[in-house]
Design a protein around this ligand. Structure first.
Ligand code: IMP
Ligand code: MG
Length: 176
């Protein structure tokens, strides 16, 4: 791992405290509703695993994988579903779990797609948000951190599939 290529933006401890806070809010808001957490693979997997372990209510998880047509650092808004949900979400309380909202195009597509399946409710929890980059109107209902317009890796986020295992969220200094 070329550690020298990254600079820590959010430490493991800061992330853990924030994830706990989000989990408490979600536990309070979804108590008795048996919500379904829809994790957007692969980036949000680390976040999901930590989030649900801080929750003390009945809940279920499912996974979706999407790929956005575009290059490795920008998305085009045209999204292809690589892996769909296992079960119907009709009449379920659904929470999309995302690692980061950048342009918002991926989440905008996902939201419309899932809404067409008639869930009882649909909310978004995102660990990171880069509001400066937004091209469509979409906000997280539960948001961890607002970060500047820099490419970040770690805590599940990748650059060309690397760096997902870093415990901190780091800014990538060198692309290559
Ligand atoms: P959007 O469609 O532009 O909002 O892009 C969302 C997706 O792009 C996220 O789910 C990430 O997979 C990826 N992405 C956006 N910004 C970053 C970043 O800074 N680091 C790593 N992945 C990112
Ligand atoms: Mg992602």
């Amino acid at each position: 791992m070329d550690i020298q290529k990254v600079k820590v933006l959010l430490t493991k401890a800061e992330i853990e405290a924030k994830v706990k806070e989000l989990a408490q809010m979600l536990s309070r808001d979804y108590s008795g509703k048996n919500p379904l957490f829809v994790c957007v693979l692969k980036g949000a997997a680390v976040f999901l695993c930590d989030l649900i372990r801080h929750m003390d209510i009945n809940l279920e998880v499912d996974f979706m994988a999407v790929s956005s047509y575009g290059n490795s650092t920008t998305s085009s808004g045209v999204v292809r579903i690589l892996k769909d949900l296992e079960y119907s979400i009709e009449d379920r309380h659904v929470i999309i779990v995302e690692d980061i909202i950048d342009t918002g195009l991926t989440l905008d597509y996902l939201r419309e797609n899932l809404l067409s399946r008639r869930p009882a409710s649909l909310k978004i929890v995102a660990l990171l948000d880069k509001p400066e980059r937004r091209t469509v109107e979409i906000e997280a209902d539960y948001r961890g951190f607002c970060i500047p317009d820099e490419f970040v890796v770690g805590y599940g986020l990748d650059f060309k599939e690397n760096f997902r295992n870093l415990p901190d969220v780091c800014v990538l200094l060198e692309f290559g």
